[in-house]
Every structure is written in C-alpha cells, then in structure tokens.
Design a protein around this ligand. Structure first.
Ligand code: NAP
Length: 383
C-alpha cells in the first residue's frame, strides 16, 4: 500500500459532537474497585462457572472455514490453531517465529497421521511490533483473493514488572501488540473477510480491561499524568481493544456480514507469565485448581469463532444499538464489558486516535466495504 500523508473524513462522531464535556482522566474509585472485584471473581470462581463446559470443547463442522490465528506458537493461540486444524479448518498461523510454527506443524502432522487427511495448516510471518509487518501480512493475504472466515487476534504481551518499552513505530509496546497492530490487521483484512462473509473477528481480550483506562491524549503514557506500570499498559491496551471493537462493529453495515467479538479466556497458565518472578511462577503450579490449562482457556475463543448461534446474538445487539461489541466470558456466555467500555463518547475518541496512529483515514472501513482501495502510512518500507 502507498504512503498517504493526510487522514480525511466527512464523518462526524459523537466524540466531536460532545467535545465540550469535561474530560475524564481516570477510573472513579468505585469503578476501579468493581473492576478488581470482577478480576478476583474470575480468578476464584472461573472453574466453577465453567464447570458445564467439556474439555476440549466439541466444535461444530469447520471444514469450510479459513481461519487466521495470530500468536499461535504458544499458550492459548497454539491450542486454538491445533484444535481448529484437527477439526478440519484451513488454519493460518500468523507468527513472528516461523521456525517454531513450522516445527509445530510438523509435530501436529505426525501426531495426526493415520487419523484422517493431513492437517490443512500453514504459517505466515507477522510481527505485531512492526506496523510495516502488519501491512505486509495483510497485503500478502489479500493478494490470494480468497475468503477469510475467522480472524483470531490472539497474540498479546503482558511484560510484568518490566520497564516501559516502545516499538520502532514509537508506540508503547502493550498498546501496539495488544491493540494498535490487531486493529490495523482487522481493518486491512476486511476485503478478505467480506469475501468470506458471514465472517468473524475474534479478539482475545481479558477481564483485566475492567481495571483499564484509556487516555487518548496520552496513549504512550509519557505525559507524567499517570505513572507507567506494566499493569497499566496491559489493562489500558485491553480496554482500548474493546472500545475500538465496539465502534468497528457499529461501522460495519450488517450487509457486510462481519461481526466483531471480544472474549475473555479466563486466567490461564501460559507463557504470558514468563516475566513473573520464579517464586510467582512456582506458585502457579501450586494453584492448578484456580488456573485454566491452555486447552480450557481456548474454549471461549473457539466457541465465539464457531458457534452458529453467535450470529443471532450479534444481530440482536446490533438491532438494540448496544454501545459495546459482543463480549463472551471464559464460561462461553454473553457478558458485560466494563462500565468504562460502555462510554460511547470515549470509544469514538479511541477509534479516531487508533486510526490516526496506525496511519489509516477515518473513513477506511466505509471505503473498504464499498470495495475501494485504502492507503496506509505503513508498509512501504522493506526490512
Ligand atoms: N494467560 C492468561 O491468563 C490470559 C488472560 C487473559 C487474556 N489473555 C490473552 O490471551 C492471549 C494469548 O496469550 P497467552 O496467555 O496464550 O500468552 P503466551 O503463551 O505468551 O502467547 C502469546 C503469543 O503471542 C505471540 N506474540 C507476542 N508478541 C508478538 C508479536 N510482537 N508479534 C506476533 N506475535 C507475538 C507470542 O509469540 P512468541 O511465542 O514468538 O513469543 C505467543 O505466540 C493474549 O492476548 C493475552 O493477553 C491471557
């Protein structure tokens, strides 16, 4: 895609209409307490709440589906990719470590041999810390002119206890990997998702979004108004994703046949804890009752990606003009995202700021749905 220097729009958002309101600068105490209550509740009771679910989750027929799964070399994404492939879907592992993905594919093919046709699975390079890489991935995929039925934005980071870091694009790393890059990927893949319609974008989100707050004037947390911690970086990026997804769901006309769904996988024992101290990692092994295995943690995403009734649920929320996108809990039930996620005014601000940061025009979705080409500021440079 070519470079474009200006972002244009004739669309007026509620953010502009209500811009006279006093700007909120943080979560209120009660919201913050309720947020931590939601996180603790999920941790303590997720196993009881999800006790009705089978493990692994039985999937409906998926032979006709093509699914892209980001970050599928470990944890939840690895389980999602394997189960979708073993159930017959064409799976594309979108990963930064191609060698690791190809080794996994070989291992899964060997384990699967004799049980049916070889798995239809391949790997493609995608590094979410580089927006150029996101554009290159989307261009390569769209150039195939094939359908995409499910995009699973699973890859994510939680660099617990680490100092603040920035990508080469200049964005705080949690915000880039967990929100900005998946947002750009979702929009650039719209032409393929339209070809695959009815199709779904599934964002692997987190209950931690309940304690997040997004300041669109300070997405990099550098103004000094708030002290950066990895918890702030992670929770804000997850809330930004819910808010962006809510507006994307609204901007996509029902006729396009694409739904955007956020899910909570639960609290899952994966490599996401790799930066925790050895002591806390050891503690993880002693509390297996509370913590899900990656297979258990994959259920809400697999459910959202494949359940035939999801379409009906998404249609219902659309008809009611609900302020947030569908959100599916770790026990595979519709759930309510945080109070802050319901604030449409700030969601429109997150939408606009995100498009600005990823170098897309404000009317990118409308133009892509109309079949027009959209230029992105990123992607021209070759590494
Ligand atoms: N585990 C939990 O308790 C929990 C709870 C709520 C939400 N989640 C969410 O679940 C998702 C999956 O996390 P997980 O727990 O399965 O963690 P994980 O085991 O650390 O897996 C994360 C995956 O993301 C990939 N990734 C990281 N940075 C990337 C980048 N720059 N470009 C491309 N891929 C990148 C990793 O690739 P490498 O292998 O190359 O590093 C890995 O495959 C994340 O979005 C996370 O926020 C997890």
């Amino acid at each position: 895609m070519e470079k474009e220097t200006e972002t244009t729009s004739s669309l007026t958002s509620p953010a502009e209409v209500k811009s006279n309101n006093k700007q909120k600068e943080a979560l209120g105490w009660m919201e913050w307490l309720r947020g931590w209550f939601a996180v603790s509740y999920e941790f303590m009771f997720q196993r009881i709440l999800a006790s009705h679910l089978q493990n692994p989750l039985p999937l409906p027929p998926v032979n006709d589906l093509t699914c892209i799964v980001t970050g599928s070399t470990s944890g939840i994404g690895r389980e999602i990719a394997r189960q979708l492939a073993e159930s017959g879907a064409h799976v594309v592992m979108a990963v930064r470590n191609l060698k690791a993905a190809n080794e996994l594919i070989q291992k899964w093919q060997e384990e699967w041999s004799g049980r049916g046709l070889p798995l239809n699975i391949e790997a493609m390079e995608l590094d979410l810390l580089s927006l150029d890489s996101v554009v290159r991935f989307a261009e390569a995929w769209n150039a195939r002119l094939g359908p995409l039925h499910v995009l699973i934005n699973n890859a994510g980071i939680f660099s617990i206890g680490e100092p603040q870091k920035f990508s080469k694009d200049g964005y705080e790393e949690h915000m880039q990997v967990n929100h900005l890059a998946p947002a750009l990927l979702s929009i650039l893949l719209l032409p393929s998702l339209i070809r695959g319609s009815p199709s779904r974008i599934i964002n692997v989100n987190s209950v931690m979004h309940y304690v997040g707050f997004v300041d669109t004037e300070d997405m990099n947390v550098v103004s000094g108004k708030r002290k950066f911690t990895s918890l702030l970086g992670y929770s804000s990026s997850k809330l930004a994703q819910v808010k962006f997804s809510s507006i994307l769901q609204k901007r996509l006309p029902a006729e396009a046949g694409i739904n955007v769904i956020c899910v909570s996988p639960g609290i899952v024992h994966t490599n996401v804890a790799r930066d925790l101290s050895k002591l806390v990692q050891a503690a993880y092994h002693f509390i297996p009752y509370f913590i899900f295995s990656p297979q258990e943690g994959s259920r809400s995403t697999l459910f959202s990606a494949t359940d035939p009734q999801m379409q009906e649920y998404c249609d219902l929320l659309r008809a009611d003009d609900w302020p947030v996108c569908p959100f599916i809990s770790q026990e595979c039930r519709p759930a309510n995202p945080s109070e802050e996620a319901h604030n449409l005014e700030t969601s429109y601000k997150v939408w606009e700021k995100t498009l600005e940061l990823v170098g897309l025009p404000l009317d990118a979705v409308e133009r892509l749905v109309e079949g027009e080409e959209v230029k992105c500021r990123y992607g021209a440079q070759q590494e």
